[in-house]
Design a protein around this ligand. Structure first.
Ligand SMILES: Nc1nc2c(c(=O)[nH]1)N[C@H]1C(S)=C(S)[C@@H](COP(=O)(O)OP(=O)(O)OC[C@H]3O[C@@H](n4cnc5c(N)ncnc54)[C@H](O)[C@@H]3O)O[C@H]1N2
Ligand code: MOO
Length: 430
């Protein structure tokens, strides 16, 4: 008699997985290695930026009060007493009716309190040979000065731990002197593919056989999530072979993923292996399509994921249940896929008692995010995965969905660029 599995909702399944703890570890690496890693410490401003009042323009540093009576008919003349470039400090204090030629980024000389852009001055030489500038309008104290700390004040938390380091964060690390940074150690995630039908990628097709795409797909998903994949190969549908490999993998990894053999077929051994290992099964059926057979268990602190053999089901199962735990072990406070609202771009008449997670593409059309399936929506399909940058979330229990409905999407990544010109942006400049 075949075991009857009771499905739990996607929300409950994600909650059950998320309730588990993960091991978090950190290491110190050089800034050059930091891009793409996850911060294991808050990034704190170690000083003000700018660290001194500075000029945002090439021009002249002046005392604003000297220009109070300046006008087009009666320009004020200031003596130019020196010049200062970025990286240098003007040593003397500037006196009344004096100006200093200043370059962008240079510190404001003592005594000055405003900067006049070069274009608003006229350089002249007085009768006694003194270099001067004429200014035809008045300026206020503080005009054209980038104040110390206007960008960032010392002690500010700039980026929270658990954030993935992007190029902007690399700039912050450099700005604040983080030649080295503490990042999360990538969790080791083992991958075992089961199925006697599986061929290695380089092998030619043979009758009844298929290439093992899931293992490679999962390894790429692990890398995208921020983990380190450890591959234990493809195994035949053989209980003992699978048990030995699973036991070995569990001694070496932080979490383990198997793909295939999780359903109710004669050669689906994953449930029996979990039983033999004494693992605590959190659920073995989820009210979703694809991926209803997804099985998740824990053994001590280690999560064991029995993902479906069907490629699309396997892909979705990873993003919903494995990714958050990888991200949690990378100190992330927001480990789940980012949710957004979109408009359904096509009619989707397929009824389903279960929630559907449809591999889809999003586009901005007339200022709205519009989502449409990226290919055929069946769990055994692989071709819809390549173009998918989100999952549409279509709740179960309806008779289908109509174009124009507001739906939730879970964003995976940006897989497409944009056409040129960006006409709506260009138009906004007119
Ligand atoms: N009587 C029932 N049969 C099935 C049920 C059910 O509830 N009752 N569920 C169906 C659903 S839904 C799914 S999903 C699949 C899941 O099956 P398994 O996870 O046990 O996976 P397999 O049977 O091993 O394989 C399914 C399918 O995927 C191919 N596959 C397997 N591994 C790979 C791989 N590494 N790379 C690419 N493709 C792979 C395999 O050849 C099969 O075609 O069960 C349904 N059946
Ligand atoms: O688990 Mo199956 O993928 O629902 O379609």
């Amino acid at each position: 008699m075949v075991e009857r599995r009771k499905p739990i909702s996607v929300e409950d399944a994600v909650a059950k997985v998320s309730a588990n703890s993960v091991i978090k570890q950190k290491e110190t690496i050089a800034i050059e290695e930091a891009y793409g890693r996850f911060l294991a410490e808050d990034l704190i401003a170690s000083h003000d930026v700018p660290a001194f009042d500075r000029s945002p323009y090439d021009g002249f540093a002046i005392r604003a009060e000297d220009t109070s009576r300046a006008s087009a008919n009666h320009p004020v003349c200031l003596d130019v007493v020196g010049a200062i470039g970025a990286g240098f400090v003007f040593e003397e204090e500037v006196q009344a009716l004096q100006a200093v030629r200043i370059m962008t980024g240079a510190p404001i000389p003592k005594g000055c309190n405003a900067v006049v852009m070069l274009e608003l001055t006229k350089e002249v030489t007085s009768e006694n040979g003194q270099q001067q500038i004429q200014i035809k309008r008045s300026f206020n104290q503080g005009d054209n000065i980038s104040r110390q700390g206007e960008d960032t004040q010392k002690g500010t938390i700039l980026v929270e731990k658990g954030t993935q380091i992007n190029p902007g964060i690399v700039a912050l690390l450099a700005t604040f002197g983080y030649a080295q940074v503490e990042v999360a150690i990538k969790p080791k995630v083992g991958v075992i593919a089961t199925g006697s039908e599986l061929l290695n990628v380089e092998e030619p097709l043979a009758p009844g056989k298929i290439r093992n795409s899931n293992a490679h797909m999962i390894m790429a998903q692990i890398a995208r999530a921020g983990g380190e994949a450890i591959y234990y190969g493809k195994l035949n549908d053989d209980f003992d072979e699978c048990l030995v490999a699973t036991k070995k993998a569990l001694t070496e990894v932080d979490m383990l993923i198997t793909t295939g053999g999780v359903s109710v077929g004669d050669f689906d051994y994953v449930p029996a292996i979990l039983n033999e290992l004494g693992a605590n099964v959190l659920f073995n059926k989820v009210a979703m399509r694809p991926g209803s057979v997804t099985t998740v268990a824990n053994l001590g602190e280690k999560m064991i994921y029995g993902l479906s053999g069907n490629p699309s089901a396997c892909y979705v199962g990873f993003e919903l249940f494995v990714r958050p735990m990888v991200r949690k072990s990378l100190y992330s406070h927001l480990p789940h896929l980012r949710k957004a609202q979109a408009t359904l771009g096509v009619d989707f008449p397929k009824p389903n008692p279960f929630m559907r997670l449809v591999r889809s593409k999003v586009d901005f059309i007339d200022g709205q995010l519009v989502a449409s399936p990226s290919g055929v929506d069946k769990s055994g399909i692989v071709s819809s995965l390549g173009g998918a940058d989100c999952f549409m979330v279509l709740p179960g229990g309806t008779r289908g969905y109509e174009k124009g409905m507001t739906i939730d999407v879970l964003l995976l990544e940006d897989t497409q660029g944009s056409e040129w010109p960006w006409s709506n942006i260009v138009a906004s400049y007119k």
